[in-house]
Design a protein around this ligand. Structure first.
Ligand SMILES: [Zn+2]
Length: 235
C-alpha cells in the first residue's frame, strides 16, 4: 500500500518535471495546454470531429470502410503539415487521443486483433525521423488496448501522392507495399491507421495486401480526410 502511494507521488512529480520542460501543446495553435486535453478551449470551439465514413474498393471489388475524424482544411491542415514535415512529432498524442475517442464513440465493440499503420519508405523515415501514421497507431494501441503489430512494408519510393491525379496515384502504388514475411493473418481482424485519406488508393493497396495475407476483416481509420463526399457514419 505504502509503495503504491510512493509510486503515485513519484509518478506525479515525474510528470510535472516532464511537463515543465516538454509542455503539452495544442496542435492547432501551438499554445500550452494541460496534459489531459488534446486541444485548447479556443480551438475546441472550431475544431469539431466529423466522424465520416467512406466506402472504398479493392481490386476484386470487395469493399472496406474508412473512418476519418477531421476534415483536412484550415488549421487542421496546417497542424498536420507541421506534424509531418517540421518535426512536430509531439502532436501525435493529441491526434491519437482524438482518433481513439472517435473509434470508441462509433464502435460498440473494438474487437480488433491488431492495429497497424501504413508504412513509409526508408528514405522518408530517415528524412522525417519517424513515420507519422505509426506514431498515431502505437498511441491508439495504448489507449484502446489493442496490440500494435508491424504488418506492412514499403519497398519502393514513390513521388508525393498529392501531386498526382486519382489514376496516377493507383498506378504509382502498384507493387509498392508488401506484407512482412513472418506475419500470419488467418482469421485476424485488423485496424489500419493512416494520417490522411484522399482518393483511398494507398489504403486500397494496403487492404488488398492484408486481405491476400488472409486477414478476415480490415477497417481503416485516418486522422483527416481531404474529400468532401463522405456520408456521416453516425448521426
Ligand atoms: Zn488551440
Amino acid at each position: 500500500m505504502i509503495f503504491s502511494k510512493i509510486f503515485f507521488v513519484f509518478k506525479k512529480l515525474f510528470n510535472l518535471f516532464l511537463f515543465s520542460f516538454f509542455p503539452n501543446r495544442c496542435p492547432y495553435c501551438d499554445c500550452v495546454i494541460s496534459c489531459n486535453l488534446c486541444m485548447c478551449r479556443m480551438c475546441e470551439k472550431f475544431i469539431k470531429p466529423i466522424n465520416l465514413l467512406k466506402k472504398f474498393k479493392i481490386y476484386n471489388s470487395e469493399e472496406f470502410f474508412c473512418l476519418s475524424v477531421l476534415k483536412y482544411e484550415k488549421n487542421i491542415r496546417k497542424a498536420i503539415l507541421r506534424y509531418k514535415f517540421t518535426r512536430r512529432k509531439d502532436y501525435f498524442k493529441n491526434f491519437a487521443k482524438l482518433m481513439a475517442e472517435s473509434l470508441k464513440k462509433n464502435f460498440e465493440n473494438l474487437d480488433f486483433d491488431f492495429i497497424t499503420s501504413v508504412p513509409i519508405d526508408k528514405y522518408k523515415t530517415n528524412q522525417r525521423g519517424y513515420n507519422q501514421s505509426k506514431e498515431l497507431a502505437e498511441e491508439m494501441s495504448k489507449i484502446l488496448n489493442i496490440p500494435y503489430k508491424e504488418l506492412l512494408m514499403k519497398t519502393k519510393q514513390t513521388k508525393e501522392q498529392h501531386l498526382s491525379n486519382a489514376k496516377e496515384r493507383k498506378e504509382n502504388l502498384r507493387g509498392v507495399y508488401s506484407i512482412i514475411k513472418s506475419v500470419i493473418l488467418s482469421r485476424k481482424s485488423i485496424l489500419l491507421c493512416d494520417d490522411i485519406v484522399t482518393t483511398g488508393s494507398t489504403l486500397s493497396e494496403c487492404v488488398q495486401i492484408l486481405k491476400e495475407a488472409k486477414a478476415c476483416r480490415v477497417f481503416c481509420v485516418t486522422l483527416a480526410a481531404t474529400i468532401l463526399d463522405f456520408h456521416n457514419f453516425k448521426k
